[in-house]
Design a protein around this ligand. Structure first.
Ligand code: KG4
Ligand code: ZN
Length: 345
């Protein structure tokens, strides 16, 4: 079965082709990606209208590239999958519209995928795929969640951010330090030259006894510290970046370990853009070595948004029989869509 996947929920247009053969995991045949980072950089963040228009320009050429790379013709596709939500409404509509138009023209079924399920299942595309059950730490620009994952489509929310997501904490702190968008990678690069103990920043909800997160207060503390430094900020920026990163990472690591203990599991999957963070990986690695835990990541290139994870999630849902592709081309999108509400269609 050949599944074409289209991702257009935010600022990356991604298209990929995944093949499943029944036995074993589906495999990635080809993928192509266009990042809009350069376009949005001038505005310091994603401009939704520009994002939608750029997805329109990119999606079909990317699909052609993917099919050519794989040596597959349009009539050979079995299913066209797309990101149905959550994300920017206009951006989602581009992928959904193109996927459903392709499906209708080819008389092939379509399937709408939850973006976070794509992130969650993306480590299955790598060299070190996890086994069910596991705990997943989903850390993207819009979400910070810990989930217990029993199998495809069987997700139980253990805890989540009650305000800003971890990615947002990186992005907003970076912005108020005058770093370019997207702030996460910029802040973590700068942090490499700084002292993580230079500033005492709060570790929100670290001892709350539950698995929820809160990062809004941290951003305020970073702002207060930046203001206090005044003209000195430039000289101390790397220290402030390192201290901010250390606070976010410590909370993520401690809560992930607590979630594993609570579930009596020893496998953790880390997915979403913040999963690319080197300090997070190194601290999780240290905690895992100490406690005999296994941490699985997507390939570095598949941490941030991409089409491969959407095609993969669709193929895994179809293989597991939790969802059927349909010829219902009257598509809708779900800009706000909790993963816990994911159903069979
Ligand atoms: O998963 P993703 O690509 O998009 C969403 O679904 O939101 O995640 C994007 C987020 C942004 O907040 C970005 O700053 C953050 O991931 N990010 C990082 C790193 N790379 C991306 N944060 C910290 N360190 C990184 N290396
Ligand atoms: Zn994402």
């Amino acid at each position: 079965m050949l599944v074409l996947g289209i991702e257009s929920s935010c600022d990356e247009t991604g298209v990929a082709l995944v093949e499943s053969q029944g036995a074993g995991l589906p495999v990635l045949r080809a993928q192509a990606l266009h990042s809009q980072i350069d376009m949005h950089q001038a505005y310091g963040g994603v401009v939704p209208e520009l994002a939608s228009r750029d997805h329109i320009r990119r999606v079909l050429p990317l699909a052609e590239t993917v099919l050519a790379q794989a040596g597959v013709g349009l009539p050979q596709l079995d299913v066209v999958a797309y990101t149905r939500g959550p994300g920017l409404a206009g951006a989602l509509l581009v992928g959904a519209g193109v996927a459903c138009a392709l499906g209708a023209a080819l008389d092939k079924p379509v399937l709408g995928v939850h973006h976070l399920e794509g992130h969650l299942l993306s480590p299955f595309l790598g060299a070190d795929p996890p086994q069910f059950p596991f705990v997943a730490l989903l850390v993207s620009g819009g979400h910070t969640q810990l989930m217990r994952v029993e199998g495809v489509g069987r997700y139980e929310l253990l805890g989540e951010s009650i305000d800003d997501a971890a990615g947002e904490a990186f992005d907003k702190s970076a912005k108020l330090m005058g770093l370019p968008y997207p702030g996460g990678p910029a802040l973590s690069r700068l942090a490499e030259q700084g002292d993580p103990r230079a500033f005492k920043l709060p570790r929100p909800l670290l001892h709350s006894g539950d698995l929820d997160f809160s990062f809004a207060g941290l951003k305020t503390a970073v702002l207060t510290q930046a203001k206090k430094l005044g003209p000195e900020l430039d000289a101390r920026k790397a220290d402030l970046a390192a201290s901010t990163q250390a606070a976010i990472v410590e909370v993520l690591v401690r809560k992930s370990v607590a979630a594993l203990e609570q579930c009596a599991l020893d496998r953790l999957v880390v997915a979403g853009g913040v999963g690319a963070n080197r300090e997070l990986r190194s601290q999780l690695g240290a905690a895992a070595a100490q406690r005999g835990l296994h941490v699985h990541y997507p390939e570095p290139a598949l941490c941030t948004d991409n089409g491969a994870m959407i095609a993969m999630a669709a193929a895994m849902r179809l293989e597991a029989g939790v969802q059927a592709a349909t010829r219902d081309y009257a598509f809708d999108v779900k800009p706000r869509w909790p993963l816990s509400e994911i159903g069979s269609r």
